[in-house]
Structure formats: structure tokens, C-alpha cells
Design a protein around this ligand. Structure first.
Ligand SMILES: [Zn+2]
Length: 215
């Protein structure tokens, strides 16, 4: 009975090792990171320097071109993320930038129960999930929790309320109240609909806009 044994020819193995080592060495030498070692560290493999001519400068340039194209693509993706906040209507500016309040019971999200995420209308940062929302009958959308780190609190200029703003852009959201015993968490974020944009669960969230500063 015949058996067939497959094995690498020692010559093929040696050439493969040398090609890898030579390519790495050439790349490092080409970009100035290190001096090419005098002999490849190939534990016990004897080196015949005549084999080191198997790759050409063209191969090295091709490898660098691949890296360069990836780098350019990554930079382009970064540039494509907006660096200016979403444009606002006059009324959105009045609420978000001048800390105004929309009238009770007219906001588009006051009674909305759909599953999804409420994001900042100015910068797209995710603020609240629909499972934070509850019916407070106060006339504005109410939430008893927030997405961690999304909402900052400040003492309101009126001296007694606590203003809430978007952590990312500082846009005015509304006010937060504690101790009303409306839900187990005992918190009510009273938020202007116009400060937010509702994103249904099936839709991907848009990228958060972080405004570049010139400082
Ligand atoms: Zn924002």
C-alpha cells in the first residue's frame, strides 16, 4: 500500500522566511525607523545574501501606498463629520440658545410613546431613551432618567429652579425637579420638545457634532 507524505522543501521554506524578513527590513529601513540588521534573526537558518534580492523597491512602495491610501481615507472620514452645529430656526434659537420655553401642551413630543432615542436638536448627542419617558400631565415631555453623562445641571437664573442643558453643546433643554413622587425614581426632567429630535428605534443615530474651537 502506497502512502504519500507531503512536506515542505527546505529550499522553499528558506526562501519564504527570507522574503518575510527582507520585506520587513526593507520597510523599516525605507521609512527610517531602524538600520537594517546585518543578518536576519532566523535562529539556525543559514543566510545566503544572494537571496535578499527577491523583492524590489517597487514592492516596498506598493506597501507604503496601501498604507497611505488608508490614511487618506481615514482623514477624509474625519473631515466628513460636521463641525458646525445643526442650523436652528428662530424659535429653536429662542429656546436652545436664549433659554426660552415653548408653550405647554403644544410640543410635538409631549404625548409621544414610540420606542427610540431623543437626541439634542443642536448637536445630535443622545439625551434620553423612550423608556425614561412618562406622562406627567405637566404639558411638556417628561423623563425620570437620562443617558449617563448627557445632561448637565445648573442653578437657574431665577434663583430656585435647576436648569438642564446638553452636556455636549450647552444647549438649553428645560428644568429638572425632584421629590414630586410622580415615578419611583422621583425625578422629572421637564424638557422642551423643540430642544430635542426623536429618532425611532429602527434608525441609526446621526454622528454627534463636536464644534471645533480655535483656542
Ligand atoms: Zn447638544
Amino acid at each position: 500500500m502506497m502512502t504519500t507524505t507531503l512536506h515542505w522543501s527546505p529550499l522553499v521554506s528558506k526562501i519564504m522566511i527570507l522574503k518575510k524578513v527582507t520585506l520587513a527590513t526593507a520597510l523599516l529601513g525605507f521609512i527610517g525607523c531602524t538600520k537594517p540588521p546585518s543578518a536576519p534573526p532566523t535562529g539556525g537558518v543559514s543566510v545566503d545574501n544572494s537571496d535578499t534580492t527577491e523583492i524590489t523597491v517597487g514592492d516596498v512602495v506598493t506597501e507604503l501606498d496601501k498604507t497611505g491610501i488608508k490614511g487618506v481615507q481615514a482623514m477624509k472620514e474625519q473631515v466628513d463629520v460636521p463641525t458646525e452645529y445643526n442650523a436652528l430656526t428662530d424659535f429653536e434659537e429662542y429656546v436652545i440658545l436664549q433659554k426660552g420655553t415653548e408653550r405647554a401642551f403644544v410640543g410635538e413630543y409631549t404625548d409621544l410613546d414610540d420606542a427610540g432615542t431623543y437626541i439634542c436638536r443642536q448637536c445630535n448627542a443622545a439625551l434620553y431613551r423612550s423608556d425614561h419617558k412618562f406622562h406627567s400631565d405637566c404639558g411638556w415631555p417628561a423623563f425620570d432618567d437620562e443617558i449617563a453623562g448627557a445632561v448637565d445641571r445648573h442653578a437657574d437664573a431665577d434663583g430656585y429652579r435647576v436648569e438642564i442643558v446638553c452636556h455636549n453643546c450647552g444647549g438649553h433643554l428645560g428644568h429638572v425637579f425632584a421629590g414630586e413622587r410622580l415615578t419611583e425614581k422621583n425625578i422629572r426632567h421637564c424638557v422642551n420638545s423643540v430642544s430635542m429630535k426623536f429618532m425611532p428605534k429602527a434608525r441609526n443615530l446621526p454622528p454627534v457634532i463636536t464644534k471645533l474651537t480655535t483656542e
